[in-house]
Design a protein around this ligand. Structure first.
Ligand code: ZN
Length: 59
């Protein structure tokens, strides 16, 4: 299975597509990081793949 993650551009914290999809818009979980991460920040290709195989990512 392809692992889809998003890396915060400010602090480098890695967030899973699962978390992003569940929240759509979330504050970066990184300490002292105020960055806002969005599911829409993922490349279109990754988003498509995730949505097509969504059930496999619900582990
Ligand atoms: Zn961050």
């Amino acid at each position: 299975m392809r692992i889809i993650t998003h890396t915060c551009p400010d602090c480098g914290t890695v967030v899973s597509a699962n978390e992003l999809e569940a929240n759509r818009v979330m504050k970066c979980p990184g300490l002292d990081c105020e960055s806002v991460l969005r599911f829409a920040d993922l490349p279109a290709d990754d988003r498509e793949h995730f949505l097509e195989h969504r059930e496999r990512y619900r582990l």
